[in-house]
Unconditional design. Structure first.
Length: 415
């Protein structure tokens, strides 16, 4: 007998395949990953409004055991973070003052900071005039940089000392409260502490800024844009140090190395590039060719680079031998902003799935989606949390306007 939930999941699959995020049919871009989503035109999910009531309900903490060869990997959904009014492009984690926090960048023109333990929204940054496409934390200072569809990158300051008072006083709603009150993505009664002014705005791009990230020492920022360039900025002066050219199409993503002055940029031109800033006099570049469609993201994993693409593959490249990938994962859906931790790649897909692979290309698990546990729309990004005390060690977000916090039992999976 087919359950109501199974019917809903089936109908949602059909809608996602044929209906654009603005409610219009778009055969060329059924996933909604078109340019206007990044510039600041807010997408709407009104086409699914009549089905919303069925999705409402209290968060369950169902556990699914997934086969990983002869092992079993326990994947548990721990939390749902609600509050954004449009799709979420990026999620990142960090630790400030012994407090694990989460950052989100959204097409609703805001970036938000969340307390992972309580699930409460602490900060809402409202300084951008377009979609916020990326969010990155400074390594040592309470600073955040965001890139936006308004062609700028902003640096803004947070002060976690104030937020413990909010949490202890109970001024902010938790995700459980919101769900019990039938919250479905509309404006939250508590936005947290609202910041409207940045301490620095970086403006020199002629197109959408897809990424803004800190270089190793935190004194410089790199931005990547649809104008096909990446720019290196001095944080103290706000001036462009260098413009990096070479990509033949829009730059989709950029990431810096955590311990070396290295940068990778990915592009719609099917390539990604490695930029080496370790020498002050010579900035070398290597071009990686191996994908047949847009490279949507590329990240460092120690001495490797992992790239994901709309060609439905993820490739692992060794920095010591960059001629060809050391591993290739062939998948069934386009890949978005992936993340790597402890040799495990978390791969978000257009088809709403999230898969885990190791750096050798072996499949570990697929995160559960049955009974409404997973995402309802395209999964845009994943991020690992390195704080062992945090209740979640993996986060995912997408066009259903929510962040899901997962607990992945890596020790059990590797035993």
């Amino acid at each position: 007998m087919i359950t109501v939930q199974e019917k809903i999941d089936y109908l949602t699959d059909k809608l996602d395949q044929n209906v654009g995020l603005d409610g219009s049919r778009d055969e060329q871009d059924p996933t909604g990953k078109n340019k206007r989503d990044r510039t600041g035109i807010i997408a709407s999910s009104s086409v699914l409004t009549h089905m919303k009531s069925t999705y409402k309900g209290k968060v369950s903490q169902a556990i699914t055991n997934l086969k990983a060869g002869n092992n079993q990997l326990e994947c548990k959904r721990e939390k749902i973070f609600l509050g954004h009014r449009d799709g979420i492009w990026e999620v990142k984690c960090t630790d400030y003052a012994n407090n694990a926090i989460l950052g989100t960048a959204s097409a609703d023109h805001t970036a938000c900071i969340w307390d992972i333990e309580s699930g409460q929204r602490l900060i809402q940054y409202q300084g951008h005039e377009g979609s916020v496409n990326s969010i990155r934390f400074h390594e040592n200072e309470p600073l955040v940089c965001t890139g936006s569809g308004d062609s700028s990158a902003h640096i803004w300051r947070i002060n976690l000392g104030n937020f413990h008072d909010f949490i202890s006083a109970g001024n902010l709603n938790t995700d459980e409260d919101l769900i019990n009150n039938n919250y479905e993505g509309s404006a939250d009664s508590s936005s947290g502490y609202v910041i409207r002014n940045s301490i620095l705005q970086l403006r020199d791009h002629s197109g959408v800024v897809t990424t803004a990230d800190w270089l190793l020492d935190g004194d410089q920022i790199v931005t990547a844009s649809w104008d096909r360039t990446a720019k290196l900025w001095d944080v103290h002066t706000g001036m462009v140090i260098q413009t990096l050219t070479g990509h033949e199409e829009d730059i989709t993503y950029a990431a810096t190395h955590p311990t070396q002055n290295l940068l990778v940029t990915s592009s719609k031109d099917t390539t990604f590039r490695l930029w080496d800033f370790r020498s002050s006099s010579i900035h070398s570049v290597n071009v990686f060719q191996g994908h047949s469609n847009t490279v949507t993201s590329c990240v460092f994993a120690k001495d490797k680079i992992v790239s994901g693409s709309d060609d439905r593959t993820v490739k692992v490249w060794d920095l010591k031998n960059m001629r060809s990938p050391s591993a290739t994962m062939r998948l069934d859906s386009a890949v978005n902003k992936l993340s790597v931790s402890n040799n495990v790649i978390a791969i978000p897909h257009d088809n709403r799935h999230i898969r885990l692979y190791d750096l050798n290309g072996n499949r570990i698990a697929r995160l559960p989606r049955s009974n409404g546990q997973g995402h309802k729309r395209m999964v845009c990004c994943t991020a690992w949390c390195e704080d062992d005390n945090a209740p979640c060690n993996l986060f995912s977000a997408g066009f259903d306007r929510k962040v899901i916090g997962w607990n992945i039992d890596m020790q059990n999976g590797n035993s």
